[in-house]
Design a protein around this ligand. Structure first.
Ligand code: C5P
Length: 208
């Protein structure tokens, strides 16, 4: 069984994807981490994330970079969003994700284009959303917990800029697959969102 989980930043998709993978016993790939590693590699080599050649060179990142906690920072998220616009970068990262999705026994992947490009044949596709202001509040609270000194206004602006870039790019834009099930986590606790996501997956599996 393949489960595709897509959605914008801070929608709760990462948390839900991990919980679903554990619940259904599936190996899990956070595909955003691959784009973050490319962004970080470009930064380490003093490259320009908007330059396609620099971004492509960043795809040669060592696997050890995927364990670096700096990849989780908002700065690297912004760089990831910029390198992910380049079609050559998406192509370079494609095989790794497709192979992961097609492994025997199935898999769960989360990202922006899993249900539309990486695994359009997925048994279940979820698209997780929440209003931008709520997502910015969550991200702001999370950063404060980690001792980071950032304003809500800056985070809100970053999230809106990232949404626009991810949805407007020509190649593999962020959008729900036609047969995706939508889940808005805006008014839900984490526990309720997990239960709702499990119920959606089960409802789709019952129908197939
Ligand atoms: O999910 P995460 O916030 O870690 O992703 C960082 C960035 O990587 C996203 O804003 C998006 O631009 C890009 N990305 C993508 N396709 C994916 C996963 C992430 O373009 N499948």
């Amino acid at each position: 069984m393949i489960i595709a989980v897509d959605g914008p930043t801070a929608s709760g998709k990462g948390t839900l994807a991990k919980a679903l993978a554990a619940h259904f016993g599936l190996p899990f790939l956070d595909t955003g981490l691959l784009y973050r590693a490319v962004g970080r590699q470009v930064q380490l080599h003093q490259g320009n994330a908007d330059n396609p050649a620099d971004a492509l060179a960043g795809c040669g990142f060592p696997d050890s970079l995927l364990d670096d906690p700096i990849l989780r920072s908002e700065d690297i998220g912004g760089l990831a969003s910029r390198v992910s616009v380049h079609p050559m970068v998406r192509t370079a990262l494609n095989k790794r994700q497709v192979d992961f999705a097609n492994q025997p026994g199935g898999a769960l992947l989360d990202g922006r284009d899993i249900g539309t490009v990486i695994a359009p044949q997925a048994d279940v596709k979820l698209f997780i959303t929440a209003p931008a202001e709520i997502r910015a509040r969550r991200r702001h609270a999370e950063m404060h917990r980690h001792g980071m000194d950032v304003t809500f206004t800056d985070i809100f602006a970053d999230i809106q800029a990232r949404d626009v870039r991810d949805m407007a790019r020509a190649d593999a834009p962020l959008k729900p697959a036609e047969d995706a099930l939508l889940l808005d986590t805006g008014d839900l606790t984490i526990g309720d969102a997990v239960q709702a996501a499990i119920a959606l997956v089960e409802s789709r599996l019952c129908k197939s």
